[in-house]
Design a protein. Structure first.
Length: 198
């Protein structure tokens, strides 16, 4: 049953990637309070709302991309980095930039033949995950999850892993997930998706 669920989930990703070329022209709606954090030459790739620090105020994750990145990014020599910004909601309904990383979201051409590998962000109760799907004949998913630490007021790598399978044999799924026992204590800002391969 678990295997069937994995196959269905992967099939759904393969056919409904929200960042496929069919959706590239969809405009991401950015809350007015966050627009000032988008530097010149960049635009929003994704905005996700949720509870990032277990308090009463809504928070946001904003993922940016360089305008025209598909023309200038090179996965080997010069991947165009996609900044991920964490905003915490405040009592006065404003937002505070709490953390930022340029190395937690894969580049536009890091997915191989499948195109842009970024499929989205999920947030739940102090955890957030950066989700990817890519490959060609050999397909893969990678979900990197971070957990909020109230003591440090920061997020730490909690889980890093995914599934691998060949397009001709999608029922033969290999799953590998690493946890804190494998990689130790890594703060969100220090994590590098380009170096820390699972």
């Amino acid at each position: 049953m678990k295997l069937l669920f994995s196959i269905l989930a992967l099939t759904q990703l393969a056919t409904a990637n929200p960042n496929s070329s069919a959706h590239q022209d969809d405009e991401v709606k950015v809350p007015a309070a966050l627009k000032k954090y988008i530097p010149a030459g960049f635009e929003a790739l994704n905005v996700t709302k949720g509870d990032l620090n277990r308090d009463a105020y809504p928070d946001f994750i904003l993922v940016l991309k360089k305008k025209g990145e598909e023309k200038t990014s090179d996965v080997i020599d010069h991947p165009e980095k996609r900044p991920l910004l964490i905003f915490l909601g405040q009592a006065d309904q404003s937002f505070k930039l709490a953390a930022k990383s340029n190395n937690s979201v894969y580049c536009v051409d890091c997915g191989g033949m499948m195109g842009d590998p970024f499929t989205g962000i999920s947030i739940k109760n102090g955890y957030f995950s950066v989700e990817h799907y890519g490959g060609s004949g050999h397909r893969w998913t990678r979900i990197v999850t971070f957990k909020y630490s109230p003591a440090d007021r920061n997020w730490y790598l909690f889980k890093d892993g995914g599934d691998r399978f060949h397009a001709t044999a999608p029922e033969e799924v290999k799953t590998e997930v690493k946890t804190v026992k494998n990689f130790g204590k890594i703060p969100f800002q220090k994590f590098d998706i380009y170096k820390d391969e699972h």
